[in-house]
Design a protein around this ligand. Structure first.
Ligand SMILES: Nc1ncnc2c1ncn2[C@@H]1O[C@H](COP(=O)(O)OP(=O)(O)OP(=O)(O)O)[C@@H](O)[C@H]1O
Length: 272
């Protein structure tokens, strides 16, 4: 591999340490994502997944370590350079996906109106194109309250890509969706990466989703990067924490309604 072909890192987190108050949350975290890669972050509740994303987005200052995004140390660059950098990052978080008081079109157009000098006609064209990409063509006039859960997630995705970012960051993009709709979101993420070469970081608890879209999976445990590996390597891992993480979900999958009812009665649940 010559220098030109060498894979470029879009995120380089080294030895990151963060605290909430006195409590250490990320503890010597190393995390690197390559150009064009889809990286899934998994881990038990409270392992630090969302915290890692917030620090990568520069919402807090680290207590130790460095964070480079698209080649720039986000804690060393000027406010204006950071603002420019953020325009290359599309974000969709589980909560507050859309502004409820704005139409779908205005939601998607928001970053263009906020960060560019484009005229309204161009903004309208780009917005409609991005809504087409997520299969919401013609829905621009609706309000978020008129959309299904899956449509809201897709509209949030359209907003995340409206500035043609180099990096996409999603926190639980398919949480709360039924499996078919969740799988459509996965397909969208894959096709976005394949058509634009964008790098994607996804936090998810959904194993099916993780296994379908990830080039590599990073498993966090107690604020540390426990393992970064391919889907197959993660599936075959003999690490107890990772096996627990994978098995917890499969137990839910195999929940048998009759067994569940039996257990409820054994545990003396009463109906009020
Ligand atoms: N703003 C905050 N102030 C204090 N503690 C916080 C704050 N946000 C998160 N924490 C704590 O930091 C730890 C890591 O939280 P984080 O949300 O990053 O975990 P997570 O892996 O994303 O969990 P989950 O899967 O449940 O979303 C948790 O113990 C959480 O209680």
């Amino acid at each position: 591999m010559n220098a030109k072909q060498q894979t470029q890192a879009v995120i380089e987190v080294n030895n990151l340490e963060t605290y909430y108050g006195q409590r250490k949350i990320l503890d010597g975290m190393d995390f690197q994502v390559d150009q064009g890669e889809i990286r899934v972050i998994m881990g038990g509740s409270g392992s630090g997944k969302s915290t890692l994303l917030w620090y990568i987005l520069g919402l807090y200052k680290p207590d130790g370590g460095t964070i480079k995004v698209l080649g720039q140390d986000i804690n060393q660059i000027s406010f204006n350079d950071h603002l420019k950098l953020k325009q290359n990052i599309g974000v969709a978080f589980q909560s507050g996906a859309l502004f409820s008081s704005m139409s779908v079109g205005d939601n998607v157009a928001f970053p263009l109106r906020e960060f560019t000098d484009l005229d309204e006609n161009t903004i309208r064209i780009i917005t409609r194109m991005k809504l087409e990409v997520v299969n919401l063509g013609g829905f621009h006039k609706l309000m978020p309250s008129q959309l299904s859960g899956g449509m809201i997630k897709r509209a949030a995705l359209a907003r995340a890509i409206v500035m043609d970012p180099r990096l996409l960051i999603f926190d639980e993009p398919s949480a709360g969706l039924d499996p078919v709709v969740a799988s459509e979101i996965d397909d969208l993420i894959l096709s976005l990466r394949d058509t634009t070469g964008v790098s994607v970081v996804v936090v998810t608890h959904e194993l099916d989703s993780a296994f379908k879209i990830a080039d590599r999976i990073t498993v966090l445990d107690q604020g540390k990067n426990l393992l970064t590996a391919s889907v197959e390597e993660v599936k075959q891992s003999k690490n107890k924490r990772i096996m627990d993480l994978l098995q917890r979900r499969s137990r839910h999958d195999k929940l048998d309604p009759e067994d569940y009812l039996r257990r409820l009665t054994q545990e003396n649940y009463t109906l009020s």
